[in-house]
Write a protein that binds this ligand. Structure first.
Ligand code: NAP
Length: 211
């Protein structure tokens, strides 16, 4: 009799301002590489580390994420951070999903490597280490020095030190696309077609975002 494996979900965290094709490729790659059952996109409500630049309204970023992912049955979008008051801390989000899915489910938190560095140097990092694994998406040429210094990389498949989070690195060439670049292109009147999904490009244009 074959043994049933635990349910594996990916939680794709990001500000998604706006969501672009690099994010979608990252989620699809994680789904395949880590044999996930689904990926749940969680647009950040109020990112704790972003006071210097005001992001677009969380509901608008949530709507663009729904538009971008609508055609993929393995993708879902959660309002969990959009509806939560106050700053969006990853520890709160993972705790809520842990409660929803129970202890038997494997949770992978997927996001950019720099954001993961911030999260794991946060005070609740050791608690997070016991709740989920991390998938750090990087652009080709990304310097892994800082992650190595923290002794969190699973070198040659070795387990991380006791109490340190397990982080897998996933290099995504499509992450040459960036939300910052897209916002600048819109501001300069340049096309964003093929960098974001058609629906998102039309929605940005229709609402006059990033002008
Ligand atoms: P960010 O600092 O804007 O992004 C850092 C880098 O990662 C950027 O190059 C960004 O590219 C990329 N990136 C962001 N999300 C990605 C994703 N899902 N897949 C691939 N690349 C991604 O990061 P952010 O978007 O604001 O935050 C990322 C996640 O970390 C959010 O869920 C946020 O709430 C969480 N976070 C939590 C804490 C905390 O709990 N203390 C602190 C920091 C971040 P683009 O700009 O092109 O997306």
């Amino acid at each position: 009799m074959s043994q049933k494996r635990p349910i594996k979900i990916g939680i794709m965290g990001g500000t998604f301002d706006p969501i672009h094709n690099g994010h979608l490729v990252t989620a699809e790659e994680a789904l395949i590489q880590f044999d996930l059952d689904k990926v749940i996109f969680v647009p950040a409500g109020y990112p704790p580390h972003k006071e210097e630049r005001k992001s677009l309204d969380p509901v608008e970023r949530y709507l663009m994420t729904v538009i971008a992912t609508a055609s993929n049955s393995d993708f879902e979008v959660s309002r969990i951070e959009v509806d939560r008051k106050g700053p969006s801390y990853t520890i709160d989000t993972i705790s809520e999903f842990r409660e929803m899915y129970g202890g038997g489910t494997e949770i992978f938190f997927i996001t950019g490597a720099d954001a993961i560095l911030e999260i794991i140097t946060w005070r609740d990092a050791d608690k997070l280490a016991g709740m989920c694994k991390f998938i750090a998406a990087t652009r080709p040429g990304y310097c892994l020095k800082k992650l190595k210094e923290l002794h969190v990389l699973p070198y040659e498949n070795k387990e991380p030190e006791q109490g340190k989070p397990k982080i897998y690195i996933m290099e995504i060439p499509a992450l040459a696309i960036s939300s910052t670049d897209i916002r600048e292109r819109v501001k300069e009147g340049l096309p964003i077609r093929y960098l974001v999904s058609e629906g998102v490009a039309n929605y940005v244009l229709k609402c006059g975002f990033y002008r």
